[in-house]
Design a protein around this ligand. Structure first.
Ligand SMILES: Nc1ncnc2c1ncn2[C@@H]1O[C@H](COP(=O)(O)OP(=O)(O)OP(=O)(O)O)[C@@H](O)[C@H]1O
Ligand SMILES: [Mg+2]
Length: 235
């Protein structure tokens, strides 16, 4: 039998989907076992510290596994696109969830989007995730006292939403790799990063036929542009 490239991709997708799904069960069991140990009466402080460490590692494992599962579910078309989403409202929800991290770094957040801009035929959960990852990166890779700006424009009937930051930027040699899974660059290794944010952005965008473009200059900042086809914009 001749195996086509499409078959290979399909097999890889199924493998990631099954593996990540199967991993969630033992991870959850381990988590509740550690929680139970915490609740035992006579454990020492020393042991508590070790248990906390284990919980942190397990949480990382859980986040990675969940994210892989999400990517595979998107690639297997397991989401429906029937929602209407008002963009200004969506960005407000994201701000409410993440503003504490902006305050910590004294970062300002300006949204210049008409209150009428609404998308249709989309999946709200996934769009939240897409914008959340872009804003999260714009905070994480920004400088103290920096800015984040979200703007809209219409070009050739497509709606273009830009998320710009005044952060560390991305060098030309890194730019071609930022959407690859688990790809991280040295300076972000110290932070709590998995290198899965942009692969998720790419999958969600692709699922909605949205194109993602990046313009970035080292030490000046980055702009992530979403080119949203006119068909997804509610008139
Ligand atoms: N706004 C940005 N400014 C500068 N560099 C960025 C920006 N967004 C992404 N990058 C670079 O691209 C890499 C990949 O980003 P991605 O969001 O996929 O992973 P991460 O932020 O490292 O980890 P995670 O999002 O899983 O926590 C980052 O490690 C960083 O080097
Ligand atoms: Mg990220």
């Amino acid at each position: 039998m001749i195996e086509t490239i499409a078959d290979k991709f399909q097999k890889e997708r199924e493998f990631i989907s099954n593996a990540s799904h199967e991993l969630m069960t033992p991870i959850s069991i381990l988590q509740s076992k550690i929680e139970n140990m915490f609740n035992e009466e006579d454990i020492s402080d020393e042991l508590k510290v070790k248990l906390l460490d284990m919980q942190k590692i397990l949480n990382r494992l859980k986040t990675i596994t969940k994210t892989l599962l999400l990517i595979s579910q998107i690639e297997n078309d397991q989401f429906i696109k029937e929602d209407e989403v008002n963009l200004a409202d969506l960005l407000q929800e994201i701000y409410d969830e993440i503003s504490i991290r902006m305050e910590e770094k004294d970062i300002s957040f300006a949204v210049d989007i008409s209150p009428d801009t609404t998308l249709k035929g989309v999946n709200k959960f996934l769009l939240f995730n897409l914008f959340f990852n872009l804003v999260n990166n714009a905070i994480k890779y920004n400088r103290e006292g920096g800015e984040i700006r979200v703007t809209e424009e219409t070009v050739n009937k497509n709606l273009i939403i830009s998320v710009s930051d005044t952060g560390i930027g991305i060098g030309a040699e890194e730019l071609p790799h930022i959407f690859s899974r688990f790809k991280k660059f040295k300076r972000s290794l110290l932070q709590d990063s998995f290198g899965l944010g942009l692969p998720i952005v790419k999958s969600i965008a692709g699922f909605h036929r949205i194109e993602v473009e990046v313009v970035s200059e080292k030490d000046r900042g980055s702009t992530f542009k979403l080119v949203i086809p006119a068909g997804l914009v509610k008139k």
